[in-house]
Design a protein around this ligand. Structure first.
Ligand SMILES: Cc1cc2nc3c(=O)[nH]c(=O)nc-3n(C[C@H](O)[C@H](O)[C@H](O)COP(=O)(O)O)c2cc1C
Length: 201
């Protein structure tokens, strides 16, 4: 059975519109892909420690000793082995919540999720063919004057290149906190997009 890894960084939990969108996508996905097992990693429950000096020191010591099987590297091993990946996080301060950054630092382990070849070129080591990033944003960051500020989806897309995940997809509802917009209508449209994407992802 192949695995879809769902990384949940929707801090507001059941009040989160991003989580509602992600759950809608996953329900449709599970219906059309009954052979795939969905495994959730809930970053609010997990509370990974940031890489403070002592955490980094432990990580470096384990890595230098070749202990890539250590519990500290379990998230990286899981990420590297997943068949496909869905990450859901709201748009915060032009990117995403810090808990997701902590997770990304935790899984970015040389020789597990990425590495270097004999010529020193970076090579991705993840199995996944695709990663879907689901987010919702208060403002609209698709406009020429705002798109350059968006640093969440763009960072994840760049990491996919580093991890060797060839396809990056984005599912996004934006402008939800703009008084000129109808947030329910925008979210409903994104839900429809989620259903369509679930068939092909
Ligand atoms: C801490 C915080 C930071 C935010 N930063 C931004 C921002 O920089 N730009 C923006 O357009 N919206 C920002 N928002 C609004 C959220 O992106 C928006 O309300 C989103 O739909 C929240 O997703 P959620 O319902 O999944 O929590 C912020 C919201 C919070 C709580």
């Amino acid at each position: 059975m192949s695995e879809l890894l769902f990384v949940n960084a929707c801090v507001r939990g059941e009040r989160s519109r991003t989580l509602a969108l992600a759950r809608h996508f996953l329900a449709a996905y599970e219906k059309s892909h009954p052979e795939v097992r969905v495994t959730e990693r809930n970053l609010m429950e997990e509370r990974l420690e940031p890489q403070y000096p002592e955490v980094l020191k432990e990580r470096d010591a384990l890595w230098a000793a070749g202990r890539l099987d250590a519990p500290m590297f379990a998230p990286a091993r899981q990420f590297a082995g997943a068949g496909c990946i869905v990450v859901a996080a709201p748009f915060w301060d032009l990117s995403y919540p810090a808990i997701l950054k902590i997770y990304l630092e935790r899984i970015s382990v040389t020789n597990l999720t990425f590495g270097y070849d004999a010529e020193g070129r970076m090579v991705g080591l993840c199995r996944a063919e695709k990663l879907l990033f689901i987010t919702t944003r208060g403002g609209d960051f698709s406009l020429p004057e705002t798109a350059w500020m968006e640093s969440g989806a763009r960072h994840l897309q760049a990491l996919c290149a580093m991890y060797g995940i060839p396809a990056f997809r984005l599912l996004c509802a934006q402008g939800l906190d703009d008084v000129r917009n109808d947030p329910e209508a925008l979210l409903a449209r994104a839900m429809e997009e989620a259903e369509a994407l679930a068939q092909t992802f």
